[in-house]
Design a binder for this molecule. Structure first.
Ligand SMILES: *Cc1c(COP(=O)(O)O)cnc(C)c1O
Length: 387
């Protein structure tokens, strides 16, 4: 149904088949070359920006080590991620604590490890930073509303209204912190580039009003993630995102840009992964049903969480591609009836598919490997291999 060569080159595909042929399923194979390529491409597209990789997208140690060696900085969401990245990064100025929801004890832990850059979006969190990480740089995350054009929205839970951000940055200074900048995240897999324009305009307002009214000169804009991986729904090329966003920035800030930070997750690692699953059963619910159910050994609880609400639509390749196709519902192996990946979205797969055939889920390098339940129904978390 999907053209594999639109997503993976012939050369990398045969390397993958060779690497994975004897691995038990389900599994995810991550191609480190793809991540390297994407990192270089992002750097070249935004030469003026500093990249902070959002570790949660794929916290595999080979991924972290390679990105650390290539000079990436890191956006960290928990003390566990911090411990992991400290194996590969000695210099804590390359790290930022980007989660706005944090325990005081964890703020203290980051401070003790040398981290001096913290995101916030509330008064109580800010006070806790002042107490446990005195003098640090803080940046305030603002709310931006673009959820209908992002395939995996991140609005609502994080960020505050720009008016509140203003108050927090003033308070930060009073508390002895360094009011450093403003951050936003336009939603993951954001297909509308205009989302950055609206967000940057809000940031510009904050920069101006804080300087004019309070004498606070902010230094940094953190533009979050949101850049796309290659799924079924088309997006613009990264170069188009880069040229448009750069134009938005220079329209508002001129040539003298503040420090610009990007926090890519999905766009760096998404395309690097292939999840291999095996068909357990292909069946019909009655003798004349036109739609078949295809049950496989991976599902919502081991690797395919982002099929929730059918948000992310992965391209699927099978070992029977080329045979006649029919409509299917694709479901996972557990006893939870929520464990159905695609039903509303009409996938078509070869009618000849049967037990033991393989389904390859392309672009599954982000938010899959560790975004899995521990042992629901006794199924172990999906295993990842790096090539
Ligand atoms: C998850 C997250 C990111 C990464 O977003 P992508 O859309 O995957 O690039 C960046 N910044 C923050 C604060 C995040 O929570």
């Amino acid at each position: 149904m999907y053209n594999r060569s639109d997503y993976v080159s012939d050369k990398e595909w045969s390397r993958f088949l060779d690497f994975s042929k004897d691995l038990p399923t389900p599994n995810i194979v991550v191609n480190l070359n793809t991540i390297k390529f994407n990192f270089v491409k992002l750097k070249d597209s935004f030469p003026y920006a500093k990249i902070f990789y959002a570790i949660k997208a794929n916290p595999g140690e080979p991924v972290l080590k390679m990105l650390a060696d290539m000079g990436s900085n890191f956006d960290i969401a928990s003390r566990y991620e911090l411990d992991k990245i400290l194996k590969f990064v000695n210099d804590p100025t390359r790290l930022s604590y980007g989660n706005t929801i944090k325990k005081s004890a964890d703020i203290k832990y980051f401070y003790e490890k040398g981290v001096r850059m913290f995101a916030t979006d509330s008064k109580d969190d800010l006070k806790s930073i002042a107490e446990n990480a005195p003098g640090s740089r803080v940046y305030v995350r603002i709310l931006v509303e673009n959820s209908d054009t992002a395939d995996w929205p991140l609005s609502r839970k994080f960020g505050c209204h720009p008016d509140m951000a203003y108050d927090l940055l003033v308070l930060a200074k009073q508390l002895g912190l360094t009011p450093w900048g403003v951050s936003f995240h336009v939603g993951s897999q954001q297909r509308d580039i205009g989302a950055w324009n609206d967000a940057i305009a809000k940031v510009k307002y904050l920069f101006n009003s804080l300087e004019e009214e309070e004498g606070i000169r902010l230094q940094m804009i953190d533009m979050g993630g949101g850049f796309p991986a290659s799924y079924i729904d088309p997006t613009n090329e990264l170069s188009v995102y880069a040229s448009e966003i750069t134009r938005f920035l220079t329209e508002d800030f001129g040539d003298d840009l503040p420090e610009i930070i990007l926090e890519p997750g999905r766009s760096l690692v998404g395309d690097s992964g292939i999840l291999t699953s095996e068909v357990i059963l292909a069946s019909r619910k009655n003798n004349t049903a036109l739609t078949r159910w295809v049950y496989i050994d991976a599902g919502k609880f081991n690797g395919l969480v982002e099929t929730m609400d059918e948000c992310i639509k992965y391209p699927i390749i099978t070992t029977k591609d080329g045979d006649k196709e029919g409509e299917v519902i694709i479901a996972g192996p557990t006893c939870d009836s929520m464990d159905v990946m695609y039903e509303t979205t009409k996938y078509k797969l070869p009618i000849s598919l049967k037990q033991g055939d393989r389904l390859y889920w392309l672009s599954t390098g982000a938010y899959t490997s560790t975004y899995a339940s521990v042992e629901f129904n006794g199924f172990p978390p999906i295993k990842t291999y790096y090539m």
